[in-house]
Write a protein that binds this ligand. Structure first.
Ligand SMILES: [Zn+2]
Length: 360
């Protein structure tokens, strides 16, 4: 999953992740196919758990799982021969394993995402003043991202109920923190030099909502994938909309467009905080200079949405290795790097703007 900027880009990933979750959960015609069930029934009596390779047993493979793997590829062989259309099995295409890892391509790209966010974490530590109040938030977002991609790596290595929950829940936490960073940064609940009294109440409310969601979905007999996806996607899209509105507000801030305000800490002719001084007329242009990076979040949001099209396509994997979900995870690696570059630059620019004004 996806995440973000630290804070912003994962929110987008929310929708993609959710789409993936939904597709992987409900599309499983293969495991109901007669050729698969007959194969599985014939396979089980001939399988002995102790005869499975050690690395498979260490990864939790059982005879039932092994037979499912063998029979899924048997049915996919028929698909390759043109006798069948391609099927998913228990929500997944038939992938060739590598050392017991179920989806090696998604594993590799998940590791790549974890690495890029680790790089982002180090850049935040070295690239921002320690006293910059946004540094702590960016470090938190980076650690949440790293945690998410570690569990994504585990989940794609071995799809078990608990690895699935940890992947889903950690992705949701990252999406929430990413969205929260957008709120904190854009509405200036935390600036490089000051903390708003609203900061902790806002954090508390969001934490209650997310924890309440986890408790609710965990209390049900059957995990509500669709509802969970909708919940995470809503958080993600809210963060995306905030960043887009941030970009738009540099060039137009009509009276019916109340947030965010004020938009630019970079402008020398605009108040650094406070109310609606200056123009607020419909479609007014932003006063002062907009940063060169003001459209960066919007571009990254759009690119992320485009990358999510891989999730929507969800085609059978090339050579049973590279599928749409793996490509989605590959696409988020450069997007993550771009988000970190922007967020660090933005936090430093905000820091300098406040220093120049000698306020807060
Ligand atoms: Zn994934």
């Amino acid at each position: 999953m996806p995440a973000i900027r630290p804070a912003a880009y994962l929110p987008v990933m929310a929708l993609a992740l959710l789409l993936f979750l939904a597709s992987s959960t409900f599309a499983s015609s293969g495991d109901r196919h007669g050729a698969f069930t007959n194969c599985h029934t014939a396979c089980l009596p001939n399988c002995t758990h102790g005869a499975l390779p050690l690395y498979l047993r260490l990864l939790g493979w059982s005879c039932s799982g092994e037979c499912s793997y063998v029979c899924a590829h048997h049915l996919t062989d028929l698909s390759d021969s043109g006798y069948e259309h391609y099927h998913q099995f228990f929500g997944k295409w038939a992938f060739y394993r590598f050392m017991g890892a179920q989806e090696p391509a998604s594993v590799i790209f998940s590791i790549g995402n974890a690495w890029i966010h680790w790089t982002g974490f180090k850049d935040v530590c070295s690239g921002l003043r320690k006293e910059n109040g946004l540094q702590w938030w960016l470090k938190l977002a980076a650690l949440a991202q790293i945690n998410t991609w570690v569990w994504s790596t585990v989940f794609h290595t071995r799809d078990l109920w608990w690895t699935e929950r940890l992947d889903y829940f950690s992705a949701t936490v990252t999406i929430a923190i990413t969205m929260l960073y957008a709120v904190v940064r854009i509405f200036r609940l935390q600036t490089p030099r000051a903390t708003s009294p609203l900061l902790y109440p806002v954090c508390g409310v969001l934490a209650l909502i997310v924890v309440g969601h986890f408790i609710y979905v965990s209390s049900l007999d059957h995990f509500p994938y669709g509802y969970h996806v909708a919940f995470a996607a809503s958080l993600g899209m809210l963060g995306n909309l905030l960043w887009i509105s941030w970009s738009v507000s540099f060039v137009a801030r009509p009276s019916w467009f109340p947030v965010p305000y004020p938009t630019s800490p970079y402008s020398s002719s605009r108040p650094l905080s406070g109310g609606r001084s200056g123009n607020s007329s419909s479609n007014s242009s932003a006063a002062g200079s907009a940063p060169k990076t003001c459209w960066t979040p919007t571009v990254l949001v759009v690119l992320t949405l485009l990358a999510m099209s891989f999730e929507i396509l969800d085609f059978p994997p090339f050579h049973r290795v590279l599928d749409a979900h793996a490509l989605w995870h590959a696409a988020t690696i450069p997007l993550g790097a771009a988000w970190w570059a922007f967020l660090i630059k933005d936090a430093n620019a905000m820091d300098e703007a406040y220093a120049d004004k000698g306020r807060e």
